[in-house]
Design a protein around this ligand. Structure first.
Ligand code: SF4
Length: 349
């Protein structure tokens, strides 16, 4: 349910270059104007008045017909520990989402949301306590990247689709967003620099292979078998463990991109040596690697982080069995880095 039901204008970021060309033609404008106008998307335009190379008359016509940007920053929180920043973003209908900027050796990476709330109800996720409201449009996803890029002097080099929402549950908008993100006349971010995290919607993973948009897939596994996975992730009841591993293998083969399996360790639940052995057996010989996530403590949730010695042993068992394993760097731990946490505290939920 939208918080405000007033009729909204179409927003500028929802327009592709062909859409802008069609608009220019309808307005009787020269065709080169479309490229000029479109360029302002990658600059992170927030008001049409910023279009310094566009006449006042055209800017007025754009203002009458479109909203310049579909979201704005409500709150920005910087980590005292590293250069991570969290942005709470207000959408035009009154809903809020969040995006995170992280600093790595190669430059900045921005993590975006794809939905308001989430339907997947993973037991360990703060977002699962927020009921699903709606999908984000491709323009709303693109505007998160463009605006944060602008606020950080165009230093964003990578995009991760790991914020609030399950991206494959918003499939059509996701595909459009990826094409727009990769547009050479737009933000022109290489698909090789995009990572998408999914809780494992197998039919969409298989459909996505055929789009030939070969980004890195990061599958939230979090369990070494069907039984534990079902307890942590309700979607596992429908999308079964062996089928998920086979779907991951299929994507890796077709795309040539190694699959990442995310595995959050929860004390006493999925972090024992026998679990590492079982996981190694399931993944051995596959084109994948496991990214271990030392779980965050989320207030109000029953899960506890694993002990350091347990984490080390878990990783060692995987390595000894020939499975590539890394440990996720914990960025912004002091500003609630897990998806959904910031928005929840902001809304007072
Ligand atoms: S972990 Fe991801 S898919 Fe699961 S509830 Fe949270 S946002 Fe949704």
């Amino acid at each position: 349910m939208n918080k405000e039901s007033k009729q909204l204008k179409q927003d500028f970021y929802s327009l592709s270059l062909p859409d802008i060309k069609a608009w220019c033609e309808k307005q009787g404008l020269e065709s080169y104007r479309a490229d000029q106008i479109f360029t302002w998307q990658k600059k992170g335009l927030t008001e049409f008045a910023e279009m310094s190379d566009i006449s006042k008359d055209i800017r007025q016509r754009l203002t009458q017909e479109f909203d310049a940007i579909p979201l704005q920053v409500s709150r920005e929180i910087s980590s005292a520990q590293d250069k991570t920043k969290k942005y709470v973003l207000a959408l035009r209908d009154g809903n809020v989402i969040e995006a995170v900027l992280m600093r790595y050796k190669y430059g900045y990476s921005v993590c975006i949301s794809t939905q308001v709330g989430c339907r997947m109800r993973c037991a360990f996720c703060a977002s699962s306590a927020l009921s699903f409201v709606r999908n984000l449009s491709a323009g709303e996803m693109l505007a998160q990247v463009a605006l944060i890029n602008r606020l950080n002097n165009s230093e964003v080099k990578r995009v991760t689709i790991m914020g609030i929402g399950e991206p494959f549950d918003n499939y059509a908008n996701l595909v459009e967003f990826l094409k727009r993100l990769n547009d050479p006349k737009g933000l022109n971010i290489s698909l090789r620099r995009v990572t998408l995290s999914t809780c494992g919607i197998i039919d969409k993973m298989l459909e996505f292979v055929n789009e030939c948009l070969y980004i890195t897939l990061s599958v939230s596994l979090h369990a070494p078998n069907q039984g534990i996975r079902e307890k942590l992730m309700p979607t596992a009841k429908k999308y079964r463990f062996p089928d998920l591993i086979n779907a991951g293998e299929h994507y890796a083969r077709k795309s040539g991109r190694r699959i990442t399996y995310e595995y959050a360790l929860f004390s006493g639940i999925n972090d024992q040596e026998k679990h590492a052995q079982e996981l190694a057996t399931a993944l051995r010989g596959r084109n994948c690697h496991v990214n271990i996530i030392p779980a965050n403590e989320v207030p109000g949730f029953p899960f506890r982080p694993s002990f350091e010695t347990t984490i080390q042993r878990f990783m060692q068992v995987l390595e000894q069995n020939g499975v590539n394993v890394t440990r996720r760097r914990e960025l912004g731990a002091d500003i609630a880095a897990a998806c959904g946490q910031l928005r929840r505290s902001y809304e007072g939920a």
